[in-house]
Design a protein around this ligand. Structure first.
Ligand SMILES: [Zn+2]
Length: 679
């Protein structure tokens, strides 16, 4: 029965076009449909967005509304308003469906009878719904703006084109709408930027504006009228929102979508997809448990973590499983809330999870993939031994050495029940790095092998607005560095942790394992019922609400690898299939949580997997890396080499060879002299 219910709730957008046909006839059929759904499943309608545009609007406005509504999982009731077609009674009938928010383009608003507007917004709005008027430019006319804003806006103007640095600045004060974006500045280049001229004594609150040359020009404001709030947004689109972009372009263009995202999240609240809290993690790659590891002092870092309140995960190379020093091990045992371990490759051989080329006949070479499979199994076996020997838990989260593996390797991670993979690029090696802008709005994707692939950022390059954007979008904020990140002192990360806390005081610093277990989105469907979209096969579902609630959990699963069983709190639990998804339902009291795990069928038998370090080549490589990080890095000449050639192991080997040769020559000369003296 609950499957029927959830099925109806996961319905597609209801889009109603009125364009070019008798209005009333068009309304009748879809409205009946809507009401049937509402009655059968007793749904609240707050999750819908009523969107009114006009046939003369540019496609960009519609694209932006569709994109942002899709991001938040909101249904759109789309009405195209032709000249003088939208009368007051019809508008009143449209809002009978109690939309959670109303978005009207400036063009569509111009098609309304001007006299009707004030009574519509104030008198006819017998429901509490926020309204956004978007796509405004100076061509709308000062009179219109003045009357629509109840004399709070005097008019509009346009910035002159020049080369001066221009930023969109989000107000510090409107944190209920701006959330983590409050106080941030986003650089932007566009010649067509319009802004509002606010009237003297205007009641408008500025959410966002343009800062140039010490001056500030509002372009996104709100007004509170009776029960409702009306938001006014100037046109700020310079691009279309279809087509593929790269990560940097997403970062540059995010600000164009930010006002709509702020408006929707603020208006729809828990009905929009969201995470239950904001997570952050700092990962240090490569280090094994020896004090110090190059510039990393574990005890020093623990002191700083206690001061600045953050958590460090070591991306641990499984090859190092049996060489940890008790002094460092005890720190991990004593402070699990500060230190954790995830998996970093297996041998950290440069090519261990590298691209395997297709054979001339177009078939993937089984051999290359088989080798990777062995390494993925060996990594687990070694980490199990490490965990048993040192009594430190580890998380089944894979950080690939150097760069993310190709997609088929992600299949293997899924097969062996890893929880997620975290890398600088979440697009597997060999795949197109151009994706829809929506793809980049989530830090986690299931697009590749249906396995959670999460994006992380180098700690040294992250700017304040990047942090704010990621947290605002409810993405886990994952940062990383190597031991040399601390070359100027062990306090190096404290300033970033402090900046993150300023942007989101409630941020939780956790292990990558805990982040993986919270890779799910939640949305309210009706009082006491939440829908969960899970990205990981291992989640910790929490009821963070004041009342007991039923959770419908959806998890995308492909037919391969087959599911062995589903566990809820370590006990087998029934589930049902719906297309490519499995569905389960659980009830949780307030504050209660439950672990949900999906196990896949595989051939892993740890008793048969060797953990031996047989390869001389790998041993030499690891020893050279140790020499680089533990000895050379701490000399200034060595550091200069490493700064230049960190990634080029050949250059390092060569330079080390020269150093060793040089040292031997000195020793030989000294011995020769000594022998000569003695003789
Ligand atoms: Zn590494």
């Amino acid at each position: 029965m609950y499957l029927e219910m959830i099925r109806s709730k996961v319905k597609k957008d209801i889009v109603i076009f009125l364009h070019g046909t008798p209005l009333r006839l068009y309304r009748v059929i879809p409205l009946i449909l809507v009401f049937v759904i509402l009655l059968s499943y007793n749904l609240h309608a707050e999750e819908k967005v009523l969107f009114l545009d006009s046939p003369t609007d540019s496609a960009i406005e519609k694209q932006k509304v569709e994109l942002t509504c899709r991001f938040y999982g909101l249904d759109i009731d789309h009405i195209v308003v032709e000249k003088n077609k939208l009368s007051k009674p019809l508008f009143a009938s449209l809002i009978q469906g109690k939309p959670g928010a109303i978005i009207i383009t400036a063009e569509a608003l111009s098609n309304l009878d001007k006299k009707d507007i004030s009574s519509l917004f104030i008198n006819e709005m017998n429901i509490k719904t926020n309204i956004l008027i978007m796509g405004l430019t100076d061509s709308i006319g000062n009179n219109n703006l003045n009357s629509w804003s109840f004399a709070s806006i005097e008019g509009a103007d346009k910035l002159s084109d020049n080369e001066e640095d221009t930023f969109f600045r989000i107000s510090d004060d409107e944190t209920d709408v701006a959330r983590e974006l409050a106080g941030q500045e986003f650089p932007f280049k566009d010649e067509r930027m319009h802004y509002f001229l606010l009237a003297k004594g205007s009641r408008a609150q500025t959410i966002m504006g343009i800062r140039r040359n010490g001056q500030f020009f509002p372009n996104f404001i709100r007004l509170t009228l009776a029960k409702n709030e009306i938001f006014f947004l100037m046109n700020m689109s310079s691009h279309e929102f279809v087509g593929k972009v790269e990560l940097q372009q997403y970062s540059d263009r995010f600000i164009e979508l930010a006002p709509l995202l702020m408006f929707l999240r603020y208006s729809l609240k828990d009905y929009a997809w969201h995470s239950i809290r904001d997570y952050a993690n700092f990962t240090i790659d490569d280090s094994w448990l020896i004090e110090p590891y190059g510039f990393l002092s574990y005890s020093g870092l623990l002191t700083e973590m206690d001061k600045a309140d953050f958590h460090t995960t070591i991306a641990f190379i499984p090859w190092n499983f049996n060489r940890s020093k008790p002094q460092v091990v005890s720190l991990f045992q004593k402070a699990p809330e500060r230190f954790s371990i995830s998996i970093h490759g297996n041998d950290h051989d440069h090519r261990e999870f590298y691209l395997y080329k297709k054979l001339p006949n177009g078939v993937w070479p089984e051999e290359a993939l088989n080798k990777q499979e062995e390494k993925i199994k060996q990594a687990i076996a070694r980490m199990e031994q490490f965990s048993k020997k040192e009594s430190i838990p580890y998380d089944k989260v894979m950080i690939f050495p150097h760069t993310i593996a190709p997609e088929m390797t992600l299949d293997l991670l899924k097969k062996y029940d890893y929880w997620a993979t975290v890398n600088t690029n979440n697009i597997p090696l060999g795949e197109d790095t151009h994706q829809d802008i929506e793809f980049f709005m989530r830090a986690v994707t299931l697009q590749f092998s249906n396995f959670p692939s999460v994006r992380r950022f180098p700690a040294y390059s992250l700017l304040s607005f990047d942090i704010a954007r990621e947290l605002f979008l409810d993405n886990p904020l994952l940062l990383y560095g190597h031991h040399d990140y601390f070359k100027n002192g062990i306090k190096e990360f404290n300033k970033i942790a402090t900046m993150i806390k300023q942007i989101q005081p409630k941020v939780k610093w956790h292990s990558l394992g805990s982040v993986a277990k919270h890779l799910y989105l939640e949305r309210l469907r009706e009082e006491g019922f939440y829908e969960i979209f899970s990205f990981s096969n291992n989640i910790l579902l929490e009821n963070v609400h004041q009342k007991g609630a039923t959770f419908y959990i959806r998890k995308n699963e492909l037919s391969w690898p087959p599911i062995k069983r589903l566990l809820v709190d370590n006990k087998s639990y029934p589930f049902e299939w719906q297309g490519n998804e499995i569905l389960i339902k659980v009830f949780l009291l307030p504050g209660e949580s439950v672990g949900i795990q999906i196990e896949h069928k595989n051939d892993l038998d740890l008793r048969t997997v060797s953990v031996a370090k047989n390869s001389l080549r790998i041993r030499a490589l690891r020893m050279l890396s140790d020499f680089r990080d533990l000895i050379i890095a701490r000399t200034s000449i060595g550091q200069a080499f490493i700064n230049m050639h960190y990634k080029n192991i050949l250059v390092i080997i060569l330079s080390m060879f020269i150093i060793i040769l040089f040292s031997f020559s000195i020793i030989a000369v000294l011995l020769f002299k000594k022998n000569n003296n003695e003789s």
